[in-house]
Design a protein around this ligand. Structure first.
Ligand SMILES: Cc1ncc(COP(=O)(O)O)c(C=O)c1O
Length: 369
């Protein structure tokens, strides 16, 4: 377990905003690039969404239902839960901050964050005055050392983990999560699992059924990745009823806008979109992984819609590849602000076959000196 470091870099802390990255690389901020730095579904948003949004504009002159009753009902139905176990949020990001707010309210002083991972767990904990310790996944394989995790749980008030994990794409096995959960329950520790990308793996990997047995489990979801609506903001949080009640008290009023909230039922009901997405990722993810490996790159076996990779020699160092790609019209995600990766890896999103092929062709042309 390591103590936190300070600000890890001046690089943009998130993908999906090409301008900052391009400027950092000495390129024009408006240079044309295909953005592999953010992990959105290339099939989205669903084709009906724009029309639906346009039709909803007439509803902007009234406040949203502060409890988002319809949306929560739809989520509960889709998840096999009761509506009391659901809180609609302004993206997964708000769900993370609400989880931290609840922990702080309950007097949490120390959280463990399983690293390398999404930076907002640490930021949310610090924002609410919760101390953070980092539990590193194993170097190279990014597997969880269960014994160390169990030890970490014993003196923490909360543990944050991401499943599948951003940026490694790895998935902590369900058995391991159950084991951590049982120990957390015994120790009075809350386990917060961010499932922002779980639908790209399989709905069967969702941990929702465990909520029936564990009141110390909080699940965080994002709808912005799957449906490619990051600008609209939509997510939710799942837990046991009384916990979700306490979280509702901490949420800012009307934090989800009418347009976003009004989409939830229809989005969840669009089974065809989900099936097409799963078909795409089941073909395109392994294909891209194989092609990258065939070019001699080291690629972490991923279960998600993004891949973590690095070259095998000094000449192929990640910052050099990042720069070469940007100059060739492809933006990858740097890893300077992922603990333990420190810029030595790149993350790329899985996109359409056509875009993935262009990326592969560009890497094949790379002649690092
Ligand atoms: C693991 C993870 N969780 C949550 C989020 C937040 O997503 P949003 O707030 O767009 O739903 C992100 C965004 O990149 C993420 O990578």
């Amino acid at each position: 377990m390591t103590e936190p470091e300070g600000n890890m870099s001046d690089w943009p802390s998130h993908g999906g905003r090409p301008e900052g990255m391009l400027l950092n690389l000495g390129l024009a901020s408006n240079a044309q690039v295909i953005d592999f730095s953010a992990n959105f579904n290339p099939l989205g948003p669903p084709s009906w969404l724009m029309e639906r949004l346009a039709a909803s504009l007439a509803e902007l002159n009234v406040y949203p239902d502060p409890d988002y009753t319809e949306a929560c009902r739809a989520i509960a139905w889709a998840e096999g839960l009761t509506p009391e176990q659901v809180r609609l949020t302004n993206g997964g990001a708000e769900a993370i901050f609400l989880a931290a707010a609840l922990l702080a309210k309950q007097g949490a002083r120390r959280a463990v964050v399983v690293q390398p991972t999404f930076c907002e767990y640490e930021r949310a904990c610090r924002h609410y005055g919760i101390g953070v310790q980092h539990l590193a996944l194993e170097a190279g394989s990014f597997a969880l050392d269960e014994a160390r995790a169990l030890e970490g749980i014993r003196d923490a008030d909360a543990v944050f983990l991401c499943r599948p994990n951003n940026p490694t794409g790895t998935l902590i096995e369900r058995d391991q999560v159950e084991c951590l959960l049982a120990e957390s329950h015994r120790c009075g520790t809350t386990l917060v699992v961010d499932e922002a990308f779980v639908d790209f793996v399989s709905p069967d990997e969702r941990l929702t059924p465990l909520l029936a047995r564990y009141d110390n489990l909080l699940l965080l979801r994002s709808m912005t990745k799957l449906y490619a609506i990051p600008g609209l903001r939509l997510g939710y949080l799942l837990g046991d009823g009384p916990t979700v009640d306490r979280i509702a008290e901490l949420q800012l009023p009307w934090s989800v806008n009418t347009l976003a909230a009004g989409l939830v039922e229809r989005l969840l009901g669009d089974r065809n979109f989900l099936e097409r997405t799963q078909e795409w990722i089941s073909i395109e993810g392994p294909w891209l992984q194989r092609e990258l490996e065939a070019l001699g790159l080291r690629v972490v076996p991923s279960r998600a819609n993004f891949l973590l990779l690095q070259g095998r020699t000094k000449a192929q160092a990640a910052p050099l590849l990042l720069e070469y790609l940007a100059r060739s019209g492809f933006l990858a995600r740097h890893t300077h602000n992922f603990m333990g990766l420190d810029g030595a890896w790149l993350r790329i999103a899985v996109r359409s076959r056509q875009e993935n092929t262009l990326l592969i062709e560009a890497i094949a042309r790379w002649r690092p000196s």
